[in-house]
Design a protein around this ligand. Sequence first.
Ligand SMILES: Cc1cc2nc3c(=O)[nH]c(=O)nc-3n(C[C@H](O)[C@H](O)[C@H](O)COP(=O)(O)OP(=O)(O)OC[C@H]3O[C@@H](n4cnc5c(N)ncnc54)[C@H](O)[C@@H]3O)c2cc1C
Length: 458
Amino acid sequence: MKFCIIGSGPTGLGAAHRLAELGVGDFRVYERETQVGGLAASVRDGRGFTWDCAVHVAHSHYHAFDRMLTAALPDGYYTLERRAWVRLHGVDVPYPLQYNLRHLPPDIRAACVAGLREKDRRPVLESPPTNFREWIERGFGRGIAEHFMLPYNRKQWTVPAGEMSWQWIGDRVPTVDTARVLRHIEEQRDDVTWGPNATFQFPKEGGTGAIWKAVAARLPAGAVQLQREVVGIDPRAKAIRFADGGSERYEHLISTMPLPILARLTGLDAVAQRAAQLRHTRVYVMGVALDHPIPEALRDKTWIYCAGAESNFYRLTPFSMFSPAHTPDNARYCSLLCEISVPAGETRSPADLRAATFAGLVRGGFLAQVPEDTHTHLFDAAYGYPIPTPGRDRILGEVLPSLEAFQIFSRGRFGGWKYEVSNMDHSFMQGVEVIDRILAGTPERTLPTPDVVNAGKR
Ligand SMILES: Cc1cc2nc3c(=O)[nH]c(=O)nc-3n(C[C@H](O)[C@H](O)[C@H](O)COP(=O)(O)OP(=O)(O)OC[C@H]3O[C@@H](n4cnc5c(N)ncnc54)[C@H](O)[C@@H]3O)c2cc1C
């Protein structure tokens, strides 16, 4: 094969889509699972509930990605309005928290405002922050940092913000204009318009995974081979070995598996040791199917960020509100997605996760009770979030070129390991761009210059 692609998530399918578009037939996608989509896949379980691995909002930075979405599922999307909330100290505050402080209890609100005033008194010409914690404290003030930003980020990333870099932030975290905050408190006004995905599209049926099934279905027959796990790579012979005993030669290898695993499989020891220093989280997504319609308090919410210790999840999504097709009958059932981060390498048993999630739903005040026999669906992403650590770019700057010297191109959420360009649109385009680079020498944009692609739609 001229091109072998490992993995049929958005990155692998982006590469395959581009090859097919250019009329190159000499490629295969090898996927170890029984379906395509990777972390963006969805499943319909035996009881008729559809589940995503966490809610996937298709926010696009690229016209080419928009075109792909439309072509994949013509007429297949609902346009939803983002109604994100923050659950803090027992109250729901519209997202972004900093522009809606009026909802907080008076003492917490006063602490947040005092922190904002204090941060505004700092000298303008300070040296740049050295880590994410400093970035948060300088940008949001001590009050918002201590009440929300630091505990929430600790819960989601599993590591202290002081161990993370801040350069990845770009358009992901809304910064603060103190005058606007104070105006909103005074006028008792909410401001929920910030951010790039105020409205978003979601597949009418089949969850997010329906997009990727449709993309794969448009590829030439036989281009995607399921249940073919790559277990060995010989970079000098340019050959891959499969768990089923088969093998294949390639000219160019595009890998979307986690970079440390790829590096290990190549047997390039120095590269593997360096790649092993990259850090990540594990994410469990507990789907909870309830035998009653969606509770009134969750009806007007697309998702809720949960910073407090009363719940084990950092985000709760009333998933059945995204599409009536997510349950067998929305008048009778509803479904929730609860995302739980744990440090990489640690595991939790399904029984413990169930118990902790049920308790969190009740303690957090989301549900009055969760019956013991409630139907659940658990998704375990051993690689959930690639952590932006201060040393990350140096490691990537050594590891990726070392592999490319052997025509091995590692791309995607865990192939490229850059959180700031690891959503579905970025991943798909990393696949597209690497093919254009190999075939036409066109420089890639997404992986080398995240700030540029995130600055506006291209
Ligand atoms: C909790 C969570 C929330 C998210 N929310 C959003 C969101 O709101 N919006 C958004 O756009 N994106 C979101 N994402 C990101 C989105 O899921 C990723 O952008 C996307 O799935 C990454 O695609 P990928 O192809 O790079 O990797 P993956 O999806 O991880 O695909 C890699 C594929 O490689 C396969 N593979 C691995 N090893 C082998 C092997 N040895 N042999 C063969 N196959 C192999 C895997 O089975 C998998 O199918 C979220 C992700 C998570 C985890």
